[in-house]
Design a protein around this ligand. Sequence first.
Ligand code: SF4
Length: 219
Amino acid sequence: MVNIFEIYQTLFNFYGEQSWWPAQTPFEVCVGAILTQNTNWKNVERAIENLKLLNLLSPEKMVSVNIKTLQAAIKPVGFYRKKALYLKNFSEFLLRKGGLSRLQSLETQELRNELLEIKGIGKETSDSILLYALNKPIFVVDNYTKRLLLRLGLIKNSKISYENLQDIVEKEIKPIKENIKIYKEFHALIVIHCKLKCKKKPLCEECTFSQVCYNKQNS
Ligand code: SF4
């Protein structure tokens, strides 16, 4: 069975560097992390393009813009009424805290707890913001992570909690600043791999793990 670091290395060698998150500013990362909930990235790109055209990609603008205008701009992502409120909630939080750069000085878990108190910010969203916008050493878990680790035999129970899954990765690749780059790449690589090969119906014959995969050996 492969271990966590071998999975990372194998994916990196196969797909190369991904350089996530695709955004021009840390605030744009945060907006993307909120908008990508329950939708695909193409829709997020369309919404972000609309926000750019309206010059709304700053917390100040996001707070002051008319809610209907914001809803119309982000309509491509679905659940746009809720997500418009989430963007406003998050932007108000940022302004209250003195901006993203001020947040950087806070300890990771303390900041995570504060983010999780904002309506509309769940665990995956908070950790994406922490890792990709604030450069904090925390691994982002998603359904793709669970699928891949289940199929590779590193976990047995699909009901495993978010934090337990996160711990499995962070026990092997420690949450220290030297590993931030690996965390950024690893999450991106898992997403790419599960979109291209380890899909719901996996393409095992084309997969770089086909010789070691628990699911492949048992399929
Ligand atoms: S061999 Fe198949 S199930 Fe295993 S990781 Fe690759 S695509 Fe997924």
